[in-house]
Design a protein around this ligand. Structure first.
Ligand SMILES: Nc1nc2c(ncn2[C@@H]2O[C@H](COP(=O)(O)OP(=O)(O)OP(=O)(O)O)[C@@H](O)[C@H]2O)c(=O)[nH]1
Ligand SMILES: [Mg+2]
Length: 462
């Protein structure tokens, strides 16, 4: 499919940087570049060859005015990102040169690209399938190296291969069933009922495995939320700062220092972990305290892990126990932390054990950095407990998960149908529908509306 118009966008973030890139794609990209680029070198520009770079200037042809000193890269279709001709202009990375270059490209007939339109063209022109296109978004947004590694595997086509293998097997079973329908007079049975059941069952297991990967992928993609809570002054903000290795939150000996929630993401053993520091829990009549505590509760609702901190240098009080029961009510995974262990221990560990019989507390000194590695290991093992242990390193997003769930329902209905001696026609119908849902993952059959929704998540210029 060749798009009629030529698109252009600033592909680098807006701000000040060493270089910025304006990218054009389409069958007029070279023609527009020819009109606005003035080569400074004696080298003749070869408009027919690909992957060549030229040094020169971008000139506004209407005013004959130089805009910026640039490097122009020419990439000839079809071996390009979009499979169309691409002209990329590396200029100085300031807002004004980038905007002015964009403007001259537009004046010469290019159209401003929509978010994700370059990748959309790569998909529409058949260079990558939809699951590969979606992995580009994961690469751009990767928060850790591990996430990047997984997304790159998807871009290389790992998910597509898995989906195609499942599809192939479904088509195979379907064709055998259809042969039975076509030759019903001749009483041909290509597959016995047991064989069909066995093969459908194994397909269901494969699809389920992929569905399970969605939870793991979400953890790699978005990370987990760890909310630090406890009484005021126990050292919550000090812990946040120690984990971040910088003084992000205000710390003071005055109880009630933290009012707003503070969120920062760190990398713990390859997982993106969002640490949220909150106001100390407790009762108060002060409206500001009330609002801070409400925000702390809101964060606890969103938490994947609650890091419940107590001050080891103080004995347990009634207020602590009240907080414990409130926190327990959230029914989340709790990680108990006894802080300030550099001071003489006053807290009763046996009392704590009675209240939290299944938890083994981590002892820390947030100010001295003691126990922090152990705490990180505990957080990582909580995460590892949530993710599937199979070695298949595949990223599945929510959209893909929903398609897989629909395929699984079709397969389960087919399996049930086999047991109840359902007609071959209805079995074939279920398999065909299941295949359609797999095709939605690779994008073989998708309407414009769905594509719009997917590519609108991209940034302009990608
Ligand atoms: N000795 C010692 N002091 C600590 C430790 N952690 C925090 N503190 C001190 O305890 C006081 C309170 O620390 P914060 O980190 O502000 O405590 P918080 O839980 O965030 O307090 P609020 O925001 O008021 O709820 C400060 O004076 C810290 O220096 C620790 O491990 N050992
Ligand atoms: Mg605080």
């Amino acid at each position: 499919m060749i798009a009629k118009d030529t698109i252009v966008a600033i592909s680098t973030p807006i701000g000040q940087s060493g270089i910025g890139i304006v990218r054009m794609s389409g069958n007029r990209a070279f023609d527009i570049a020819r009109r606005i680029f003035s080569s400074s070198s004696r080298t003749k520009i070869s408009w027919n060859s690909s992957f060549k770079m030229y040094y020169g200037w971008i000139v506004d042809p209407d005013k004959n005015e130089r805009i910026d000193e640039v490097i122009l890269s020419l990439m000839k279709a079809p071996r390009t990102y979009t499979r169309e001709d691409i002209a990329e202009i590396n200029c100085h990375g300031g807002l004004v040169p980038l905007r002015k270059i964009l403007e001259v490209c537009l004046k010469q007939g290019a159209r401003l690209a929509e978010p994700g339109e370059f990748t959309r063209r790569a998909f529409l022109n058949g260079r990558i399938d939809l699951s590969q296109a979606e992995s580009v978004l994961d690469i751009v947004q990767a928060k850790t190296e591990k996430t990047l590694k997984l997304a790159v595997k998807s871009l290389e086509g790992k998910l597509s291969k898995c989906i195609l293998a499942i599809r192939e097997e479904m088509v195979d079973i379907l064709s055998l069933i259809e042969a039975e329908i076509d030759f019903c007079d001749e009483d041909i049975q290509a597959l016995s009922k047991e064989e069909k059941e066995k093969r459908i069952d194994s397909l269901i297991k494969k699809v389920e495995k992929l569905i399970d990967r969605a939870t793991t992928s979400q953890i790699y993609r978005e990370g987990v939320k760890v909310v630090i809570t406890g009484k005021t002054n126990v050292g919550k903000s000090s812990l946040l700062n120690t984990l971040l290795e910088r003084e992000r939150a205000i710390v003071s000996h005055i109880p009630g220092t933290t009012r707003d929630t503070i969120e920062e993401t760190i990398n713990i053993k390859g997982f993106p972990v969002c640490i949220i520091d909150t106001a100390g829990l407790g009762e108060s009549k002060d409206p500001l305290d009330k609002e801070s505590i409400k925000r702390a509760y809101d964060s606890l609702k969103m938490a994947d892990i609650i890091l419940l901190m107590v001050d080891g240098s103080l004995p347990l009080e009634e207020e602590d126990e009240k907080i414990f029961s409130v926190v327990k009510n959230f029914k989340k995974q709790i990680l108990l932390v006894i802080n300030k262990i550099d001071l003489p221990l006053k807290i009763s560990k046996s009392k704590l054990r009675k209240i939290f019989p299944s938890l083994s507390p981590v002892e820390t000194s947030a100010t001295q950095g003691t126990g922090i590695d152990k705490l990180k290991t505990q957080i990582a093992s909580f995460i590892l407990g949530k993710i599937s242990s199979d070695s298949e390193e595949i990223m599945i997003n929510l959209r893909q998960k929903n398609c897989l769930k629909k395929t699984k329902s079709c397969l389960s209905r087919a399996k049930e149908g086999l047991k109840n001696n359902l007609s071959e026609e209805l079995l074939a119908l279920e398999l065909r529908e299941g295949i359609t849902h797999l095709d939605e993952i690779t994008g073989y059959r998708l309407g414009e509306e769905v594509l719009d929704r997917i590519f609108s998540q991209f940034c302009i210029g990608k």
